[in-house]
Design a protein around this ligand. Structure first.
Ligand SMILES: N[C@@H](CCC[C@H](N)C(=O)O)C(=O)O
Length: 325
């Protein structure tokens, strides 16, 4: 499945041949997601679906391509929402994630045969402790320089709740090599600023209420799109450019894999949350033996295409023609 071509394998615990250990889940993610030797060209991660606690339709765990676990995945939760919607028949329900039970609902199709879902992205925090960010004794970072990374770019850090570092750039910087340089350093596991890594996004404002987000993800690398990054970027856009866009206004967020819509909300207590609305595309139904998959042996995989990708590609080509990419 994918959201904006940010692709995943959904693995439902109910379909396992036998219980999987934490180490095996991580090994499986590395094996199936590998872009060279993985399953059908690999993926950005595994979304592990379990039943969850009372009051939710299911629980989503996010295992990155490198086997690490993330607290949230914005594009992923829409595909899990669709998966659970088709299993339960419910159009609106909650999904348990690492830190919160999040509201999801079926949305209007983005285009013919391009089903879409709307997901709550929350909780939001700017605190260095939540971000596991160490920049001197700074408690937060909003539109500020990090001289070790760049003499000119100003960064903002926000957890939604996975950590994001965001900077607004020109078109040339957006498509240049600086994102890769900065993000690979911050995700090398040795740097003192984000020792646990961080998702890094370069954002171009294309016109009022329209941005383009390019992301290098922790645990993955360059991705077609990152839903939490697009939500975090929308929040920073509203906070830093209130003259262009406020809360409760729809934002078109373009990315290398397509386009989503976001909306920033503020609760009475001042805290923020975002709606992330975008496609939830099922590419194929896949069957493979558990033991073979763990060894990275995909010779006997059964891969049945749904046929949905064609409609998505038509939609993506149309919307990308409409962005200023
Ligand atoms: N692609 C996701 C985010 C996945 C997790 C991320 N790599 C992390 O480690 O925080 C999204 O759509 O939000």
């Amino acid at each position: 499945m994918h959201g904006s071509n940010n692709d995943f394998f959904i693995l439902d615990e109910k379909n396992l041949e036998k219980n999987i250990t934490e180490d095996e889940l991580s090994t499986l993610a590395r094996a199936v997601c590998d872009r060279q030797h993985g399953l059908h060209g690999g993926a950005d991660g595994i979304l592990f679906v379990t039943s969850g606690h009372t009051g939710v339709a299911g629980k989503m765990r996010v295992i990155n391509a490198d086997g690490s676990e993330a607290s949230m995945c914005g594009n992923g939760i829409r595909t899990v929402a669709r998966y659970l919607n088709e299993k339960s028949g419910l159009d609106e329900f909650k999904v348990e994630t690492m830190y919160a039970d999040l509201e999801v609902k079926k949305s209007e199709n983005f285009a013919p045969d391009v089903p879409a879902f709307d997901a709550e992205i929350s909780p939001v925090s700017f605190d260095a402790a939540d971000l596991k960010m160490h920049i001197g004794n700074k408690a937060k970072l909003i539109d500020d320089l990090i001289p070790e990374l760049s003499k000119t770019l100003k960064f903002s850090a926000v957890a939604v709740p996975n950590p994001h570092l965001i900077t607004f750039v020109s078109h040339d910087v957006l498509i240049g090599s600086e994102l890769g340089k900065i993000a690979s350093y911050l995700n090398n596991g040795e740097n003192p600023i984000f020792p646990d890594g961080v998702n890094v996004s370069f954002v171009e404002i294309q016109e009022p209420k329209q941005i383009f987000v390019r992301t290098y993800e922790r645990g993955v690398g360059y991705t077609n799109a990152c839903g939490t990054a697009m939500s975090a970027s929308s929040l920073m856009y509203v906070l830093l450019h209130p003259e262009q866009c406020g809360t409760e206004q729809l934002i078109s967020v373009f990315n290398p894999g397509g386009m989503v819509k976001t909306c920033v909300h503020q609760r009475e207590n001042g805290s923020y949350w975002m709606s992330l609305i975008g496609n939830a595309t099922f590419v194929a139904e896949v069957k493979l033996a558990q033991a073979a998959a763990l060894k990275g042996d995909f010779k006997h995989v059964v891969w049945n295409e749904t046929g949905e990708q064609k409609a998505y590609e038509k939609f993506a080509a149309e919307v990308q023609g409409g962005s200023h990419k």
